[in-house]
Write a protein that binds this ligand. Sequence first.
Ligand SMILES: [Zn+2]
Length: 170
Amino acid sequence: MPVRRITKHGEKVLKTACPPLDYAAFKGELPDLLKDMWASMQSARGVGLAAPQIGLTLRLAIIDVKPEGKSERHVLINPEIVSLEGELNDEEGCLSLPGVYSKLKRHARARVRALDENGVLREIYGEGLLARALQHEIDHLDGKLFIDRIPFEERLPVLDAIKKAKLGWD
Ligand SMILES: [Zn+2]
């Protein structure tokens, strides 16, 4: 079954920082795992998915911010932020918090270095939604959810929304 269940807020794996992935040791398993991740992300209509969201503490995430149009797939293995610039306050959501959205300030431009699915070191530059997705997915690999970044004084309505949304989660 290629489509995996997506872990939800409250599950421990989402709070776990993932150790670096040993590409040489893992490359044999990678193609099948990535197939499952793309299928799971598309089925959930997401623009990004990190390994902890299918229950794996691997430093691995995928992003495609143009699922409807010309697809632009990014595989991020052991991603590291090179630079962050600007500021953009925009709505954010997460497949691990279905039905919960909040405005969140993020950097407007992000440059990230990561291995791709072939083990090649690449630099990805993103603006707007791609910049947001890069920051969001790297947060997942550090055991952070977007709600953890919402200032404490703005968090109450979001916690309420989570309480309500949770009733409908699998
Ligand atoms: Zn997420």
